[in-house]
Design a protein around this ligand. Sequence first.
Ligand code: NAD
Length: 429
Amino acid sequence: MTRIEEVSLERAPLEWDTPLFHTARSQFEQALPYADVNDHVAERLRYPERSFVVSVPVHLDDGSLRVFPAYRVQHSNVLGPTKGGVRYDPHVTLGECAALAMWMTWKCALLRLPYGGAKGGVRCAPRELSDGELERLTRRYTAEMMPVIGPQEDVPAPDMATDEKTMAWMMDTYSMQKGYAVPEVVTGKPISIGGSVFRAEATGVGVVMVIDRAYQRLGRRLEGASCVVQGFGKVGGVAAADLAERGVRVVAVSDVSGAVYREEGLDLERVSDWTQDRRPLIELDDCHHVTNEEMLELPCDILVLAALEEQLTAENAPRVKAGMVAEGANGPTTLDADTILAERGIPVLPDILTNAGGVTVSYFEWVQDLGRLFWTREETRARLAEKMGDAFDRVWELSESRGVTLRRAALVVGIREVAAALAARGIFP
Ligand code: NAD
């Protein structure tokens, strides 16, 4: 007779327990001693509040049917509705969404936005799907998420491989179920249906605002500096263009296929035209090509990471030759790499501060949609600059006064805001 082995639930890993969630959780633990948080509040914040796993069936163009795993994790709704992007990527897991949701909580709190953190995604290879397939996937994913998203519950936004078209499909699907237009259910929409005039550029421009402010604090000159940008997408593409406008020499940019490199500075308009039709950079001719791994080790003043998680690790961090690292992406530096870079005196502008321009302008978009009142590009940009500058200064000052890295300072500032709110509200019941 076969013996059934005893299964201990004590030892079974939690569903979101992945290396990336471990990173997010460890950062939280390391920040706690500086944040002065009561034990019960800290214990609550270690866990995502709600996690959803669904399977999304899609009719493909060839007549077959495929089912895609999909997720949404809401880490904390203490300060308000949860907020976070939706990504389409072959590697999305529940744990990845949980880590990104936790970071979103600290980010929103750091920027003093009335939101908690969320993140969602569909495990798929977006480049292999046609527009029609992507639309059917998005609409069914939204339908599956109906019970948990909403303007006062959870407000999705674009992330990796999703854009304003995706948000328009989400908004329309949600509105069709409700029976009236609900633009405030997502942000990052086209302007014609209530999008902010500045949302598309917000994250990339915010990254540059943070770099600029750090340069001022460090007494360095941005004009004439050199820069490498990993990930020439919505964040990296805009950051590269904005840096170039400020007189920075952008020597290399990359996409998933590889990087293009030119020591005298790239012709960004040409690169942009090429990538517009989803053409891989590896096929751009008349350029010197290097791999994504090689580009991370190119000598430069500023290395902008704007692709995905875990790009600088214990393995390559000792070889980084940048004067500063700016995290446009979420979680691109592992814990080990962080320590190595700190030891080597290379400042890291942390993700929850540096890429917060996106969620900040998303907040403006949501407020405008709720009030049916719209601001100009100049107004939005000025409000963003004010918010980013204020958050930067609070982080910088804490980093100086406590002698901690900018990442730890940013986490402490964010965690303190959430913890104070949770302590005031109490833990139900
Ligand atoms: P995107 O899809 O527009 O661009 C991603 C870029 O990274 C593309 O050029 C892609 O080819 C490249 N890439 C993908 N996989 C790669 C790999 N394995 N190696 C090298 N390059 C790779 O996405 P995005 O919106 O620009 O997001 C980039 C990062 O910024 C993500 O970490 C996202 O979570 C973060 N972020 C985005 C926003 C936003 O407003 N879009 C806001 C905050 C943070």
